[in-house]
Design a protein around this ligand. Structure first.
Ligand SMILES: C[S@@+](CC[C@H](N)C(=O)[O-])C[C@H]1O[C@@H](n2cnc3c(N)ncnc32)[C@H](O)[C@@H]1O
Length: 267
């Protein structure tokens, strides 16, 4: 069952469809794409071709955080170009299984092509929404996600879905953007800012409470870094649309940060 897409889903989907299309037009199968991916330890990326490793729209490294065991079933929320699914598939091995869910067809197409190119047969990608995961109850050992839950207009529902699909004792290991205090209304209301992973970010205590309310436990939050470029992008998008003089850069700067977040579903 899919939720009725909101204007936020539409704006986010269009933004990421374009990101998927653009990287296709610039990249063949060589290392020509963008900047070096510094979110992950370099040795983790040595098993993946450069163009796949560098097509990362995340804000952290949920793969190292997850500490996968061979044979586990992994679910990646908002799998994008598939990098985290590929790395997870290599960790859980042939007896394990990885499912990536994403709502954007262009991203799914890219992720499937990447997996096929690497000859991995323990990864599949499903089209769907985080708010209504196309995944059976209690079938997953570890849920990962990289900079996606902030994009959902209904985070409480996402965490209920996470709790539904996890096996008892299963783990959550995500990288995401959260805030320390409220964002200015003008930022919160910007669809461009939402797609850029800033406007949808919520206060870290609300994020943790939504996880606890869904039945997850032992929630741990480790702040990592602030992505200055991401905040700049949002501020630039808003210029000309709203008067930003009431929202000094430092105020937004102090509010938005990226974090590693883990939790468990009780036995
Ligand atoms: C910031 S990108 C991150 C992609 C990937 N995790 C990575 O690290 O490169 C966000 C991805 O999540 C997907 N997405 C955003 N909101 C979603 C939702 N509510 N349901 C399903 N997919 C969503 C987008 O289509 C996009 O591919």
């Amino acid at each position: 069952m899919n939720p009725t897409p909101t204007p936020i889903h539409e704006a986010v989907r269009e933004h990421y469809a374009e990101r998927a299309r653009k990287s296709d037009s610039c990249c063949g199968s060589s290392d020509c794409c963008g900047a070096q991916n510094t979110l992950y330890p370099a040795e983790l990326l040595t098993t993946v071709p450069g163009d796949i490793a560098n097509f990362s729209l995340g804000c952290g490294d949920p793969v190292s955080l997850a500490e996968f065991q061979p044979g586990q079933t992994v679910l990646d929320l908002g799998s994008g170009g598939g990098l985290d699914c590929i790395l997870a598939a290599q960790k859980v091995g042939e007896t394990g299984r990885v499912i990536g869910v994403d709502m954007t067809p262009e991203m799914l197409e890219k992720a499937r092509a990447n997996v096929q190119r690497l000859g991995l047969n323990n990864v599949e990608f499903r089209q769907g929404y985080l708010e209504a995961l196309p995944v059976e109850d209690e079938s997953v050992d570890v849920v990962i996600s990289n900079c996606v839950i902030n994009l959902s207009p209904d985070k409480a529902q996402v965490f209920r879905e996470v709790a539904r699909v996890l096996r008892p004792g299963g783990r959550v290991a995500v990288s995401d953007i959260v805030t320390n205090g409220p964002l200015p209304e003008a930022v919160k209301n910007s669809l461009d800012g939402w797609a850029a992973c800033v406007s949808g970010a919520i206060d870290v205590s609300d994020y943790v409470n939504a996880m606890l309310a869904a039945g997850l436990q032992d929630v741990q939050v480790t702040p990592t870094y602030l992505d200055e470029a991401m905040v700049d992008e949002v501020i630039n998008d808003l210029k000309g649309q709203v008067d930003l003089s009431a929202y000094p850069r430092e105020k937004i700067n102090q509010a938005v940060f990226s974090a590693r977040i883990t939790a468990v579903k009780p036995q």
